[in-house]
Each structure stands twice: as structure tokens, then as C-alpha cells.
Design a protein around this ligand. Structure first.
Ligand code: ZN
Length: 144
């Protein structure tokens, strides 16, 4: 399934060396949006799993993924018969109001919604389950 990884560096609390923290976001086999983080120290070998969860992803993880990979874009693959299922998916998954869902649905049908690769793949999966064809494209790393 779709997974994306980014690396952040900080200082090791144990030895003061360079600590590399790896953050991941992915859609698991059950179709859930998940994230986890782990760390390892280049100097003393300290390391391990740090944190994990599903659903809403902590901001620093999203920021790291977006900075390293750039946003992905989810768009409807073609005209849909009715927007009701689209609005349902958006309201359920993003917990937005109906006017907000309408706005987002407009973006989906137009320029596309952007987010991390795993988030867009996750929404894509939800739309597909309701019979709506959409596609995810990478915008690539941020240029100038
Ligand atoms: Zn260390």
C-alpha cells in the first residue's frame, strides 16, 4: 500500500550525537491511514520505535513528508453522476461541515485536493469504495 517516509535530524539525548528520526505515513492492509515514528543515533546506536497511531497525523510528520516529497493531488477521474457520495466521503473522513464539503468537492472536480501521498491515497480508497473514480498524482518536491 502507499507509504511515505521522511527523515529528521536532532540531537541524541544519550550521547549528544546526531539522532535521525524517521517518520512514516501509510495506508495499512485494513485501509486505515496510519503513521509511526522511530529514531536511531549514528553515534551510540540508541534507537527504537517512538510513537504510532492512526487517523489524524501529527503536524510535524505531515510537514516533514510534504517538505521532502511535495504534495500529492487527488482529482476525480471524470464527471460523476451525483456529488452526494463524494460529499458523504468528505464529511465522514475529514469531519467537515456540508458547506466545507461542497467546497472541497468542487476542488476535487477541478484543480484537485492536495495533501500527503498517503492521505490522498486513503481518500481515493474511500471514494473508490463508493464507486467514484479518482486519481492521485504527485506534484513533486517543491520547486521555486
Ligand atoms: Zn546517541
Amino acid at each position: 500500500m502507499s507509504a511515505q517516509t521522511a527523515k529528521l535530524t536532532s540531537r541524541c539525548r544519550a550521547c549528544g550525537g546526531t539522532l535521525i528520526r524517521q517518520v512514516n505515513q501509510f495506508v495499512d492492509d485494513a485501509g486505515r491511514l496510519c503513521w509511526d515514528t522511530g529514531f536511531s543515533c549514528e553515534s551510540c546506536g540508541d534507537g527504537g520505535c517512538e510513537d504510532f497511531g492512526s487517523g489524524e497525523t501529527p503536524g510535524y510528520i505531515r510537514d516533514a513528508l510534504l517538505a521532502e516529497h511535495g504534495p500529492s493531488r487527488l482529482r476525480l477521474a471524470g464527471p460523476v453522476a451525483g456529488m452526494v457520495p463524494v460529499l458523504k466521503v468528505l464529511r465522514e473522513e475529514l469531519r467537515v461541515s456540508l458547506p466545507q464539503a461542497r467546497e472541497l468537492a468542487g476542488e476535487l472536480a477541478g484543480p484537485g485536493l492536495t495533501g500527503t501521498s498517503a492521505e490522498m491515497e486513503y481518500l481515493n480508497l474511500r471514494l473508490r469504495r463508493r464507486g467514484i473514480a479518482a486519481e492521485v498524482r504527485s506534484d513533486g518536491p517543491e520547486g521555486g
